[in-house]
Design a protein around this ligand. Structure first.
Ligand code: IMP
Ligand code: MG
Length: 206
């Protein structure tokens, strides 16, 4: 596994290896399986970023379960959050009376998760919990409850294991963090790094 990769001139360093990811996913799945024994929860994956985490997670779940998806957009084509969350694909399942587990790739400002929690709460689930693989510490603008967190990370932009950079790099089996913004340093803002995705993405290892 490459320790550093270059994507269109920007440098990324390995943050969480495939091995650590898989170990953590197994341990969260064990916890959830224990807690939901005797129930049939519905896992709701938040597209697109959560697809890989969700696929690995539910393969380790030992209670019968269902899977559904919803899709949101708040960033559009840029990595600057508009703070304006839109529902691009609604749920197909019936939420009322069910045990719902929302599966997310990363919680940053928390605005997306706030939107999802409100959406599901309105439909009267029996219970609602959230599992997020990554949580960007200190950046949550909306204080939203997160029942299971895989890893707490810094504010850097991360890619891989479902997380994209301009829709690419989701297929990386590990998580990489940006260590250098080679292209548009003026877009960097205090605390979090902001991202323009209008460029063509090229990946190379070094
Ligand atoms: P929030 O509404 O600010 O919490 O944003 C959550 C969504 O933004 C996540 O579900 C991701 O799709 C996306 N996102 C936030 N930070 C990153 C990142 O570092 N890399 C890739 N996507 C990110
Ligand atoms: Mg997401």
């Amino acid at each position: 596994m490459a320790r550093r990769i270059r994507v269109n001139g920007d440098l990324f360093a390995l943050l969480i290896s495939e091995r650590r990811l898989q170990a953590r996913v197994r341990s969260i799945a064990r916890e959830i399986s224990k807690e939901y024994r005797g129930t049939v929860p519905v896992f709701i994956g938040v597209l697109n970023g959560s697809f890989m985490f969700l696929a690995d997670l539910i393969r380790e779940i030992t209670v019968p379960c269902e899977v559904d998806f919803l899709k949101l957009s708040s960033y559009g084509d840029s990595k600057i959050s508009s703070g304006n969350v839109r529902l691009l694909k609604d749920l197909n399942c019936t939420v009322e009376g069910r045990d719902i587990i929302v599966v997310e790739d990363i919680v940053d400002s928390g605005l997306s998760m706030q939107f999802i929690r409100d959406l599901i709460e309105r439909q009267n689930p029996r219970s609602l919990k959230v599992v997020t693989l990554l949580y960007k510490k200190g950046s949550a603008r909306a204080a939203v409850p997160l029942e299971y967190i895989g890893f707490t990370i810094g504010g850097e932009f991360v890619i891989g294991y479902g997380l994209d950079y301009a829709q690419r790099e989701r297929n990386l089996p590990a998580i990489y963090r940006q260590v250098q913004d080679g292209v548009q340093p003026r877009m960097r803002q205090s605390g979090t790094q902001r991202w323009s995705s209008s460029r063509r993405v090229r990946r190379s290892t070094r």
